[in-house]
Design a protein around this ligand. Structure first.
Ligand SMILES: Cc1cc2nc3c(=O)[nH]c(=O)nc-3n(C[C@H](O)[C@H](O)[C@H](O)COP(=O)(O)O)c2cc1C
Ligand SMILES: C=C(O[C@@H]1CC(C(=O)O)=C[C@@H](OP(=O)(O)O)[C@H]1O)C(=O)O
Length: 374
């Protein structure tokens, strides 16, 4: 079993994370992890904070001479954007954790809540998720993502349509991480307009995991179902409010005869004519790409703030503003890749066991041979 914990406040000294259950003898490529952290920091619409931060990991335990030892891996990432005055937040922002957290934890205002609710925490999720990605890469499993909608502006490639996965690579240099350049320009304009209006935007991202073996997850219980676990992992990301697999919501208006993926046998393996299920049936991976779409709500901190209540006087007022992103959808897609990587790596370890990478590979290859014999 792989499990992880993160700790740290947005404007505290550092973020810290511990991941346990990563097998021994995995090459821990810190350059790769740092590149993933860079990807999360990119994207049009982010606040000035992203120019201040330069996220890099410091490995504190569980690694010897660049290889994992099988012990818990501890990582820290330094926060640089910490020299701001941390004023109390008593005019809570609708959509953020200020009011609900302050009431639940008996705080005067929202400061201590927002410090932890903040998506600054997602930097550590990406660092730990990158370790899971490195493990998955040993089994040729790769995870990609792209933006398909920003504030109602759709990408022309708005859902997974059998695109060569390779085409999805290389979009990282783009400021939106959208595949078609024409939509990118429209999306940038949309973000710019909303910034000038003191408003914010959300959007939709698509995450794809390729080369997944048949058999990750289980139909046997609600909490072992792969789609359930992936949905929970993705929806735990700050601002993510909706998850779909494959055709998702369109399924509601599609006939069964058009929706379900017909089964073929070719090249010594079972395949599907289409992938409308998004690679999972009955909570079990079916060997096709896993395709997930996640919807992000608009950022809650508005320069033109919404109505709220002053927690000190109970008078009607407007919400407090502090430095904030206008849109963070491209960054969220990298975080989602990491959460998907974590769940898939955990399922891989569950199914194939083993304390070292070598042992897992033996088990994995035996299973692939077994599948070929069926
Ligand atoms: C990468 C990323 C960056 C974010 N940046 C901001 C931000 O600058 N300002 C803000 O108010 N919310 C931001 N959010 C969203 C809030 O963290 C989130 O809405 C809040 O924690 C409440 O959680 P909920 O939306 O999941 O209910 C960001 C989210 C992500 C994933
Ligand atoms: C720091 C990050 O995102 C932050 C997430 C965030 C929020 O409320 O979620 C609010 C902003 O914080 P600040 O007010 O310090 O600029 C974002 O910059 C990050 O992604 O690394």
């Amino acid at each position: 079993m792989i499990r992880f914990l993160t700790a740290g406040e947005s404007h505290g000294e550092s973020l810290v994370g511990i991941i346990d259950g990563i097998p021994a003898n995995l090459y821990l490529d810190t350059d790769y992890i740092n590149k993933e952290l860079k990807r999360r920091q990119m994207g049009f619409g982010r606040s000035a904070r992203m120019q201040i931060e330069s996220d890099e990991v410091n490995i504190l335990s569980g690694v010897s001479k660049n290889f994992t030892t099988g012990s818990p891996i501890t990582i820290s990432i330094k926060n640089r954007g910490t020299n701001i005055e941390l004023v109390e937040v008593t005019k809570p922002r609708p959509g953020h954790g200020d009011l609900v957290g302050a009431l639940k934890y008996n705080q005067k205002g929202g400061r201590n809540i927002l410090e932890r609710a903040s998506a600054r925490e997602t930097a550590m999720r990406v660092a730990l998720g990158s370790i899971c990605k490195l493990l998955l890469k040993e089994f040729n499993i790769n995870i990609y993502s792209h933006v398909i909608n920003i504030g109602g502006v759709n990408s022309n490639i708005d859902y997974y349509n059998g695109l060569e996965i390779k085409e999805l690579i290389g979009v990282d240099q783009s400021s939106i991480r959208v595949i078609d350049k024409c939509s990118e320009e429209k999306m940038i304009n949309k973000i710019q307009e909303s910034k000038e209006d003191g408003d914010t935007l959300g959007g939709i991202i698509e995450i794809i995991a390729s080369n997944i073996p048949i058999g990750l997850g289980s139909h046997a219980n609600w909490d072992t179902k792969l789609d359930g676990r992936l949905a929970a992992a993705c929806i735990s990301i700050q601002g993510i409010k909706g998850i779909e697999f494959g055709l998702g919501g369109i399924a509601a208006s599609t006939l069964g005869s058009k929706f379900h993926d017909e089964i073929l046998y070719d090249d010594n393996r079972y395949k599907r004519r289409t992938n409308n299920a998004g690679g999972i049936e009955a909570g079990i991976s079916n060997g096709e790409d896993i395709v997930i779409r996640a919807t992000m709500k608009p950022i809650p901190t508005l320069k033109r703030p919404l109505e709220t209540v002053d927690m000190l006087t109970k008078e009607k007022t407007i919400a407090q503003f502090e430095r904030s992103d206008t849109c963070a959808v491209p960054s969220a897609s990298i975080v989602a890749e990491s959460m998907v990587a974590y769940i898939l790596a955990d399922e891989l370890i569950k199914k194939f066991g083993g304390d070292s990478l070598e042992e897992i590979k033996i088990n994995y290859n035996n299973y692939l041979k077994y599948l070929e014999s069926r």
